[in-house]
Design a protein around this ligand. Structure first.
Ligand code: NAD
Ligand code: DAU
Length: 350
């Protein structure tokens, strides 16, 4: 049976990728490697935690000795690497943490994979999950393609760009089989409420102010997280060695328009008078180095591998809002910090 280590599987996107692989691929044994930082939560995977082809390992990718031992013990055939510090605002406050996890952590995984797989790179694969933020910012026009030059601006995107370069360097230098995908902004269930969409929903529910950075004119290109997970599954199986794919939903929204839409959807669902939630919008100091606009050209993924998003933004947003309305307990847990203590006690001996 093929063994796959998925890193960051207790996070937002990682939990959707783990669920997809565990449920759609009984032929694989999935090892979810996660440190369970504030962003990692095993409650995201409650529905599949007892599956016979699933295993959780708590561990830090920055700890090279631990990673080497894990690869020696588990003998994985592939890695799908999502573990990262992922929030741009936190990277502005603490860049070093981002270098440690996103750069050093990735290099530790590459080294362990290289040592284990030497001589059989044709039957192994290192898949690195990256972001469109490595390309920097767009003006009013144009889109990011796979050929766009890297031009990261935030410490987060600089760390992800660096990790992408290391992955390519291991392909070019050692002949390792690697694949990279660069995706636009995801949204959906289990999204930590520090990011725009879940933060806005959470605050609207509580009648708390919704912070809009600057004038709210920045544009993001939103993709439903389960469509990202489907794209990763497809690329993992079909991409040629060394390939890169952009993933995006062709779905650009100005932040302020998106927040207004969420306010209006939630007014209806919560039985509030139209305009009530919009009254919570509060313009705050802009993010330092705030990229103006992201837009992904996913033509290569469509023409080469046949991927297109499975649902519209309206459907995805509706599902997402409904999920956050139905899962107040999850929101309370992740915002209280209670889950971290609970789960680290549960998994202390692993
Ligand atoms: P997230 O912050 O929700 O989850 C990150 C996970 O990594 C958490 O479970 C955390 O516990 C784990 N982790 C962090 N540091 C670790 C360490 N040192 N060792 C082991 N595990 C560690 O992130 P996300 O939004 O799900 O993003 C996942 C990946 O996808 C990241 O690599 C991110 O750069 C990339 N990405 C995210 C988006 C997006 O919109 N969220 C878009 C494109 C690409
Ligand atoms: O593009 C992909 C990237 O998308 C991923 O690589 C990152 O991991 C992910 O966090 C996300 O980065 P962004 O910075 O685009 O996402 P965020 O949700 O933090 O912000 C979205 C936009 O909303 C951005 O223009 C900043 C703005 N914003 C954000 C927050 C949290 C606000 O106006 N107010 C807020 O409170």
């Amino acid at each position: 049976m093929k063994k796959i280590i998925i890193t960051g599987g207790a996070g937002f996107i990682g939990s959707h990728v783990v669920r997809r692989f565990v449920t759609q691929h009984p032929e694989y044994h999935i090892i979810n490697l996660d440190k369970l930082t504030y962003a990692g939560n095993l409650a995201n995977l409650k529905d599949i935690e007892g599956a016979p082809n699933y295993e959780f390992v708590k561990g830090d990718i920055v700890d090279a000795a631990f990673i080497d031992q894990l690869f020696a013990d588990k003998q994985p055939d592939a890695v799908i690497h999502l573990a990262a510090e992922s929030h741009v605002d936190r990277s502005i406050t603490n860049p070093t943490e981002f270098v440690m996890t996103n750069v050093i952590g990735t290099v530790n995984l590459l080294n362990a994979a290289r040592n284990l797989w030497k001589g059989r790179y044709d039957s192994t694969r290192f898949y690195h999950v990256s972001t469109d933020e490595v390309y920097g910012t767009l003006g009013e026009d144009g889109m990011f393609t796979e050929e766009t030059a890297y031009d990261p601006h935030s410490p987060y995107s600089a760390s992800k760009a660096s990790s992408d370069h290391f992955v390519r360097a291991y392909q070019d230098t050692y002949g390792m089989d690697t694949v990279i995908s660069n995706c636009s902004n995801n949204y959906g269930s289990y999204h930590f409420p520090e990011k725009l969409i879940p933060l806005a929903i959470h605050n609207i529910k509580q009648m708390k102010s919704i912070p809009v950075y600057g004038k709210g004119e920045n544009v993001r290109d939103w993709l439903w997280v389960e469509d990202h997970a489907r794209a990763i599954e497809l690329i993992f199986h079909k991409a040629k060695s060394g390939a890169t794919y952009n993933i995006g939903g062709h779905n650009e929204w100005k932040n302020i328009d998106l927040i207004q839409l969420l306010c209006s959807i939630l007014d209806k669902k919560l039985g509030r008078a139209e305009g009530t939630s919009a009254g919570l919008i509060t313009y705050v100091t802009d993010r330092a180095g705030h990229d103006l606009r992201y837009a992904i050209d996913a033509t290569k993924l469509k023409t080469e591998l046949g991927w297109v998003p499975s649902i519209t933004f309206e459907e995805g947003l509706e599902k997402t809002v409904d999920w956050y309305l139905a899962n107040q307990e999850w929101l309370d847990d992740v915002t209280s910090g209670h889950y971290q203590q609970y789960y680290s006690e549960q998994y202390a001996d692993r």
